[in-house]
Write a protein that binds this ligand. Structure first.
Ligand SMILES: NC(=O)NCCC(=O)O
Length: 403
């Protein structure tokens, strides 16, 4: 019988560590190889496996209780181009202090743990790193309360970015910092933003969340509006980067636009919970990586966040004080349709993939999706469709009786 714990009258299943750990525990080795090939794909004929993590990063991780994974996804050698090897890192973290602690204490508790994780990334020679969605705060938007949560918002040049700039300089690392932004120039409005900090500690620019969820406890439209910044792709010394923030991963045209603007790596910093999206988590980003021929780093926060006041989901069910479990499982998808091992569902972690960016073009040349895409046909379709008088193109079987 499954182990479970009884909480407030409901039986909650024990959280499993990861799908991979269950497969590895129960499937015999020879069959496991085939299962992994089919489920996770292969890079140049072999499954993407975990590589050794160096001593320095291991020591930092052990001392601070987080996981580090490292894997490699490489490309074929070309005659005219040198390999473009880049180490990409993604970080998932739980909050560091209770949600009723003073705001700045909560912020510092998270910053302190992130600092150690970036130190480990630095020790592993990570070139490009992305943190989770609004990494510097609990994901309090479920409450629909304004205060104290909006006090976590900071200008792009605020304390969180200054910390990231210091770390970027220290490790010669490009760091993407998804944060709750207060735009002081435009009426002190709040935005769900990702700031891109260059390897010299310079702010290259910012991107904002294009699609705001209106589902379950994700009531973020109370706090901020959809981005009007388009689909910027940031050209850095370590490749071209786009950021598709969380719920944007359910929108194929969003992924497409980051691809058409030339992304080689798209990060999907997220906050999502078990009951809502877990079966989709391993599918959507991989599909985007395959069809748009870029690498995707999918990042989800981890743990359960409890809030002081009860809130409802507007579905007739009892009010509650937490969202449910943020299941972590951050991983990389590759343009050649394989994926990396994922981080734990229950622990903070740093996932690193060493990739050859040449793979993006090599897969484009193999599959020719860009050549066969028929963009003009779909541009016309969408133009027609958004006309209020649009008639859907349905050919009805005349033998179907009315009613
Ligand atoms: N943060 C956010 O957009 N969450 C929405 C939930 C989901 O898309 O799985």
């Amino acid at each position: 019988m499954q182990e479970s714990s009884r909480m407030e009258g409901t039986v909650k299943p024990k959280q499993i560590e990861s799908v991979e750990s269950i497969l590895e525990k129960y499937i015999p080795e020879d069959e496991l190889k085939e299962v992994k090939r089919i489920l996770f794909g292969q890079n140049r004929g072999t499954s993407v496996s975990v590589q050794p993590v160096n001593q320095e990063a291991t020591d930092i991780a052990n001392a601070n209780n987080f996981q580090v994974l490292f894997s490699k996804i490489l490309a074929e050698k070309e005659q005219l181009r040198q390999p473009r090897i880049v180490r990409i890192g993604i970080i998932q973290n739980s909050i560091g202090a209770p949600t009723n602690a003073p705001i700045h204490d909560q912020y510092m508790a998270i910053q302190n743990k992130i600092e150690k994780m970036i130190d480990a990334a630095g020790a592993m020679g990570v070139n490009v790193l992305c943190l989770q969605e609004t990494w510097h705060m609990p994901f309090a938007f479920c409450t629909r309360e304004r205060y104290p949560w909006v006090e976590f918002a900071q200008p792009v040049t605020g304390e969180a970015t200054q910390f990231i700039q210091r770390m970027a300089r220290k490790y010669n690392m490009v760091i993407v910092s998804p944060m709750l932004e207060r735009d002081e120039v435009h009426g002190s409005t709040i935005h769900n933003t990702a700031v891109v900090v260059g390897n010299n500690g310079n702010i290259i620019g910012k991107s904002r969340k294009n699609h705001i969820p209106r589902t379950g406890d994700f009531n973020e439209s109370t706090y901020y509006m959809e981005s009007t910044l388009g689909h910027p792709v940031f050209e850095t010394v370590f490749g071209k980067i786009g950021i598709n923030i969380c719920y944007g991963r359910h929108h194929n045209l969003n992924w497409l636009a980051y691809g058409l603007n030339g992304s080689e790596i798209v990060f999907n910093p997220s906050a999502t919970v078990t009951g809502l999206s877990e079966p989709m988590w391993g599918v959507e980003a991989r599909n985007a990586a395959m069809t748009n021929n870029y690498f995707v780093g999918s990042i989800n926060r981890v743990g359960t966040e409890h809030f002081p006041n009860e809130f409802t989901s507007g579905d007739g069910k009892p009010a509650h004080k937490d969202f449910g479990h943020f299941y972590g499982s951050s991983y990389f998808s590759s343009p050649d349709n394989c994926r990396s091992p994922g981080l734990s569902r229950v622990q903070d972690g740093l996932n690193i993939a060493e990739v050859d960016l040449n793979l993006c073009q090599q897969v484009k040349d193999k599959w020719n999706f860009q050549m066969t895409a028929r963009y003009e046909m779909y541009a016309k379709f969408l133009t027609d469709y958004i006309d209020p008088n649009y008639q859907p193109q349905i050919v009805r079987d005349p033998s179907i009786k009315k009613n």
